[in-house]
Design a protein around this ligand. Structure first.
Ligand SMILES: Cc1cc2nc3c(=O)[nH]c(=O)nc-3n(C[C@H](O)[C@H](O)[C@H](O)COP(=O)(O)OP(=O)(O)OC[C@H]3O[C@@H](n4cnc5c(N)ncnc54)[C@H](O)[C@@H]3O)c2cc1C
Length: 441
């Protein structure tokens, strides 16, 4: 069975490895990759001794120990990784607020603490009395779950910054398991100053000692690199009998990790309503800006959230140099600043650097005199946006792909909010199916 895998990010690379390890001849596995390197969204970059994750700060953690162990083994084993404690905070004026926010109310100024606690209790009471179902729109869900105070002081401004949309333009589909959900006792304790942790799922994480997060995809790629055609964008996919043609070459099966929004321009003969559904799936793009600092000492933080406009356009700063010593030269440190923009619109221009630095300075995170240089990277597909039409559009896309025969995989191949471990888990499941079907002939 000759298989074309479109895209050599972690999904495509893992699938190739699992297929070959499952018995598919190596010569039957072909990866098409538009970029000059493998890794996709897991890519990292080193500039003048500073390493950063190009598409946003990445950490390795998973509920699936087997998948995580496999990723670690592929990249040189446990000794090739730092094991770090997650330390995340929200910058609120000149204060540090514990994350998740509702576990940090006692760190707020008294009035904001009161607003948030009173709103949380009202919302909790209303849920108990009215037994109201979880609202479908994100803005309403935030008030239903956290109350007006937390909405006003954190959730509304932070989410508007990340999603670049009003809260009523988003659905609440994506929140389960993503937005932490604290018991009311913990929130009460936190408001009066008793520390509660919340969201312990990512409390420990792994990060490669060298090479940034990309060391993981480099490791996965190491045994399949010869099967990857770099600088080879997929331009055309057509159906041919029971098989397919990709860029004019015959294959028995096609697995696509390319963004669903891009497929209509590549697949011949797609019905117009399906093409429209795929193209109108919403997403956000991202600019990631490395800030290299002539300053050794930083607080022992992993990353921080910047919800407020006066903190500039950055929504999250990752303390890259705290992830691994090799991420910055000795005596220096680095920040990675994430700025999202709506998919399909123009990336912010050169003015962004000044806006980012001015915001960080106002937030008390750096002094301009410490900045050695900045470097930026743009990624077109960064975040799946869950708008109210998301489910219907995706169903139309998947229904048609199923009859046509292209198998979708990966974060934007399936338009799912998946981290790299989920990509590995799904690639492993798909490989098992494909190997079984190849054995049946
Ligand atoms: C801001 C941010 C933070 C994240 N943080 C974490 C984290 O902390 N931990 C974690 O585990 N995960 C994290 N993730 C998620 C993780 O990066 C993704 O889940 C994963 O990298 C997706 O891999 P993929 O292979 O499915 O897709 P991609 O990496 O998008 O791979 C698709 C590949 O297809 C290629 N391609 C595109 N078009 C064509 C074409 N026409 N022809 C040929 N090739 C093409 C691309 O170049 C790319 O290499 C984060 C993501 C973002 C954006």
């Amino acid at each position: 069975m000759k298989i074309a895998i479109l895209g050599a990010g972690i999904s495509g690379l893992s699938l190739a490895r699992f297929l070959i390890e499952g018995g598919i001849p190596k010569s039957d596995v072909h990866l098409f990759e538009a970029s000059s390197k493998v890794g996709g969204l897991c890519g990292s970059k080193t500039v003048d001794g500073f390493t950063y994750d190009e598409t946003g700060g990445h950490i390795l953690y998973s509920k699936d120990q087997v998948a995580m162990g496999w990723m670690i083994d592929c990249a040189g084993g446990a000794s090739a990784f730092e094991k770090r404690q997650r330390e995340t905070k929200i910058r609120f004026g000149d204060r540090w607020v514990h994350y998740p926010f509702e576990n940090g109310l006692g760190d707020l100024p008294p009035q904001a603490n009161f607003d948030c606690l009173a709103g949380y209790i009202h919302a909790w009471h209303r849920r108990q009395v009215e037994r109201s179902p979880s609202p479908a729109l994100f803005g309403e869900w935030v008030r239903w779950r956290f109350g007006d105070g937390i909405a006003k002081h954190f959730m509304d401004p932070y989410n508007q910054k990340v999603w670049k949309r009003e809260m009523h333009e988003l659905s609440s589909d994506w929140v389960a398991g993503r937005v932490p959900d604290a018991p009311i006792e913990d929130v009460l304790k936190s408001a009066v100053g008793i520390r509660t942790e919340g969201y312990t799922h990512q409390s420990l994480f792994y990060y490669p000692k060298r090479g940034g997060f990309q060391a993981i995809t480099d490791g996965i790629a190491s045994t399949v690199l010869e099967r990857v055609r770099l600088r080879t964008p997929v331009r055309e996919i057509t159906k041919r009998g029971d098989g397919f043609r990709v860029n004019g070459e015959d294959f028995d099966a096609v697995v696509s990790t390319l963004a669903l929004t891009d497929l209509p321009d590549l697949v011949a003969g797609m019905p117009e309503p399906v093409a429209r559904a795929m193209k109108t799936l919403e997403y956000n793009s991202i600019v990631c800006m490395l800030v290299a600092l002539d300053q050794a000492n930083q607080p022992p933080l992993s990353w921080i959230y910047l919800p407020h406009d006066e903190q500039g356009p950055t929504n999250r700063v990752t303390y890259m140099s705290n992830y691994a010593d090799a991420n910055a030269p000795a005596g220096k440190s680095s920040f990675l600043c994430e700025v999202t923009f709506r998919g399909g619109t123009r990336a912010p221009g050169k003015e962004l650097e000044g806006q980012v630095l001015a915001g960080l300075e106002r937030a008390g995170l750096l002094k301009r005199s410490e900045v050695l240089f900045t470097d930026r990277h743009e990624s077109r597909h960064a975040y799946v946006v869950f708008d109210p039409q998301y489910g219907a559009r995706r169903e139309a896309a998947f229904g048609w792909l199923d009859t046509f025969g292209i198998v979708p995989l990966g974060r934007f191949g399936r338009f799912e909010y998946d981290n790299s471990d989920q990509c590995v888990i799904k690639a492993r499941a798909l490989a098992t199916k494909l190997v079984a079907s190849a054995r049946r002939g």
